[in-house]
Design a protein around this ligand. Structure first.
Ligand code: XMP
Length: 510
């Protein structure tokens, strides 16, 4: 299989670059610049290398550099933004800072003919974000594009297969960005389109059938996309030797537990154990109001329940996890500050002893996981479902968690989702849900005074959930949801819509 290496120098678009290459059916993997040596690169047999952008200046002593020998391996290289400057610097050019002429945003770029710009018009819009620029080209290179304020918007040494672009071809604002990446991958590197999801699924099923033969494998199934796809894939490989444990902690959305059970047990015939542990979790959460404490209790209790089930099964030797590629990349980069402790099953293997761990999706991006899910027969509603946090409705039930509040919340959330669907607004939002507050307010129904709780509706539009905008849902949808919630759910007297973006707020309320 042909492979492209994305060598990461701290750019914010490293994953996007790899996804763009994979969208061309060519496998791309990301390595931090200090994660792979020249020998490692030689041994891996890459057909091409892409240097990412990065926040530094090449002359800054703290800036990431790489062995210049990389340009002599005979492997084509494309440098992007910082990567373009780094390539120029490594090959003997000079970089300067254009303090007064930095470019940011959509910029008209004038390109000359070269393999990288094949099919790209002379004049097109590109996304720029830089202050430094390549002032003197290295020997053997020529300028292949300019902009009004950048004398070297792109450069090339065609003989050596070395190309640099000051702009970002990987972001959608660059009109011909996809074309440029595809030119690099096919015309410059000579890759073939041999990264295909159906081949991947078929091959992994065959490999797991062999490597896991006769072994019992345990998977914590949450009903989220990743663990669901991992479950179906492994089930196709080893059938009943895969045991899925689905811990219903009692804080799932309306009908969620039954849906997951009927889909996996009924449709796929998966060996699934549903543990109804709602009362147990609520018992542990009694009287607890502090958000982090609630999360910690749920996380720990989850592990305890899972451990107990594993012990009951006895002869399980392998743990399967739905880890996907962004998790693998992130875990190699060190941790950022904890805003909220996420309860995922990552902590399990340290406490439990398994002979091995399998992660069938560890090479895949989310969109690839979804493709495989559909190929394996999972329904679209499951594959494209919005994310649901591990601690479930707990993070949307402010203050102490009680069955009464949970049940009001479940109903309100279901109505909101129905109304968003009725208004055909699912495409506007990436995640939408209800939360229940501790605030009570007075209302009037008929001739009677009411006094009940306040429901918050939250809907966000986002690419990556790191930042998010509140969704401009039509007033009619909000009105229909609000009026149904107050009329149909006894105990709710008021509905409010959350119009805070992230940052400064987070998506969830706790
Ligand atoms: P926040 O609230 O941090 O949420 O802005 C960002 C995204 O993460 C989801 N989320 C979680 N997912 N375990 C998860 O698997 C968790 O503990 C958790 N907390 C938040 C949230 O729903 C949103 O999509």
């Amino acid at each position: 299989m042909d492979k492209i290496l994305v060598l990461d120098f701290g750019g914010q678009y490293d994953q996007l670059i790899a996804r763009r290459v994979r969208a061309e059916s060519v496998y791309a993997e990301i390595k931090n610049f200090d994660q792979i040596t020249i020998d490692g690169i030689k041994a891996a047999g890459y057909k091409g290398i892409i240097f990412t952008g990065g926040p530094n200046s090449v002359y800054d002593p703290a800036s990431p550099h790489y062995d210049p020998e990389i340009l002599n391996l005979g492997i084509p290289v494309l440098g992007i933004c910082y990567g373009h400057q780094l390539m120029a610097y490594m090959a003997g050019g000079t970089i300067a800072s254009a303090e007064n002429a930095s470019e940011y945003g959509k910029t008209t770029v004038f390109a000359d003919e070269c393999p990288l710009f094949d099919g790209v018009p002379r004049e097109s819009i590109c996304w720029m974000s830089h202050t430094d620029y390549v002032r003197e080209l290295p020997a053997g290179f020529r300028t292949t594009a300019v902009s009004a304020s950048c004398s070297c918007a792109a450069m090339a040494n065609e003989v050596r297969g070395l190309y640099g672009v000051q702009f970002h071809p990987e972001v959608t604002h660059t009109a011909y960005g996809t074309k440029i990446i595809s030119n690099f991958v096919f015309k410059v590197c000579g890759c073939e389109r041999n990264w295909k999801m159906d081949d991947f699924a078929e091959k992994s099923i065959a490999d797991f059938r062999e490597s896991l033969a006769g072994k019992k494998v345990l998977l914590a199934l949450s009903g989220g996309v990743d663990s669901s796809v991992a479950a179906v894939l492994l089930n196709k490989a080893i059938g009943q030797n895969l045991v899925c444990v689905f811990v219903d902690h009692g804080m799932l959305r309306k009908n969620e537990g039954d849906y997951v059970e009927s889909l996996f047990k009924g449709k796929f015939g998966i060996n699934l154990i549903r543990v109804n542990a709602g009362e147990r979790f609520l018992g542990k959460l009694k009287g607890v109001t502090e958000p982090e404490k609630k999360r910690k209790i749920i996380g720990e209790e989850f592990i305890r329940v899972f451990e107990e089930e594993a012990r009951k099964l006895g002869d399980v030797t392998v743990l399967a996890q739905g880890t996907i590629y962004p998790d693998v990349i992130e875990s190699g980069k060190g941790k950022s500050a904890t805003i909220k402790s996420h309860h995922n099953v990552g902590g399990l293997p340290e406490r439990m002893s398994f002979e091995s761990i399998v992660e069938p999706l560890r090479l895949l991006f989310k969109d690839e996981v979804r493709k495989i899910g559909l190929e394996l027969g999972l329904p679209a509603e499951m594959v494209f479902r919005q994310p649901f946090p591990g601690p479930g409705l707990a993070v949307r039930c402010l203050g102490e968690i009680t069955e009464e509040k949970l049940s009001l919340l479940r109903e309100a959330d279901a109505i909101f989702r129905e109304e968003v669907a009725r208004g055909k607004c699912e495409g506007m939002a990436n995640q939408y849900f209800a939360a229940i507050t501790e605030t009570r307010s007075v209302g009037v129904m008929g001739d009677f005074r009411t006094y009940g709780r306040t429901i918050v509706l939250r809907s966000v539009t986002t690419d990556d959930f790191m930042t998010a905008e509140w969704t401009r849902l039509p007033y009619e949808v909000l009105e229909a949801a609000s009026s149904r919630i107050v009329n149909e759910i006894k105990g709710i007297t008021r509905v409010v819509y959350d119009i805070t973006s992230k940052p400064p707020a987070t998506v969830e309320w706790e």
